[in-house]
Design a protein around this ligand. Sequence first.
Ligand SMILES: [Zn+2]
Ligand SMILES: [Zn+2]
Length: 423
Amino acid sequence: MRHDLKLNDAPFEAVKHGRKTIELRLLDEKRRKISVGDLLVFHRVSKEYDILLGRVVFLYPFESFEALYQALPLEKMGYQKDEIATASYHDMEEYYSLDQQKENGVLGIEFEKLERPYLLDGHMHLEYGPLNREYVMEFIQSAVEKGLDEINILDHTHRFEEFREVYEPLRKIEAQNVWLQQKTKFCNTLNEYEALIREIKAMDLPIRVKFGLEVCYTKESEEALRKILSNHSFDFLTGAVHSIHGILYDMPFSKEYLWEAKETDWIYEEYYQAIRDCIASGLFDRLAHPDTIKMFHYAPSYDLTDTYRKIGRELQERNMIAESNTGAHYRYGHEDIGLSDEFLNILKEEGVSLIPASDAHHPQDVGSYIPEAAGKIRSKGDCLWKGVFTTLRRVRRCWRMKCCKCSAKNVTTMKEAGWPSWR
Ligand SMILES: [Zn+2]
Ligand SMILES: [Zn+2]
């Protein structure tokens, strides 16, 4: 079983650096479910997705923090050396009153920090299936099999009737009009989606599951989007740019209408301007696949470093998360696993929060290249990641072969590939 624990900056840093191996909590109904061996997920309150993991090794129930402080070593609770002389059980009254302690009792949770990373897949679609519990469970099951800790489900706004008007400008190109007439478009309402979310959230799930929307952003539709979105609330909203002045860039027909019809430099300039407008709109928590414009290997003649730098600063100012989305790699055959190294490094330098995302459109694609993308986000050359990747690379290379320029031709699922099991 897993337990999520929120920590302020100081205790979070203490766990991170091994100065805190005992966490203190009220022994309420929620904490009574904790057992030795359970997974602890520590969340830094001030920064979403700054996460540490621990494994429970011992539980110390007491009637009060006064008793607990007498019995357990203060230096394991995260106190600095110079604080120990003045440390007192009264410190805990800031969080839990004496009445609460008396009613529930308190708990010291001793844990060992796990060096493995938190595995999140921040982007997947129910698009090709029904909006029902059974279909969501297929995604959750797939994530559990692959050892993920959390998945984020989102669907494109073009699934929902409410957003129909936003797509009208795309219909001027007949191929796009035909695409918008597919039965997967505008086939549900946001109310239906929200009802499903409530149903899933009421369940006891083995991993964390969040729900949002992938919103197709254009400057022209900004106010219409703002109006529709203001009536609904989701765990997160991801802004995405999929078109350049009314022409989709990621479709088979995009070559005819965009890539072969317009100057590549102009396409890139307009794309990144739309990305910057998307960020500036203030509508979104996250930016989807920031550099998917590279997907068909058309490259601009100019250097993108300045553009990346501006986007990094703007994301950081807005406290927005950027995806490193692996979809262009395994669905379209681009060699980059997620963001290009240059863009990724600039975003890291600018302090932007990054999450890996598979853009899975089918349950079996959940988690695709997530360890690799997560490793690139987090890596400082640490050996744990190398170990994980060596194992994965040896057996599994490209496991969905619609792709690809990848050299390997063996098709294998992540499970067959010996995806490491951590729980
Ligand atoms: Zn997208
Ligand atoms: Zn997507």
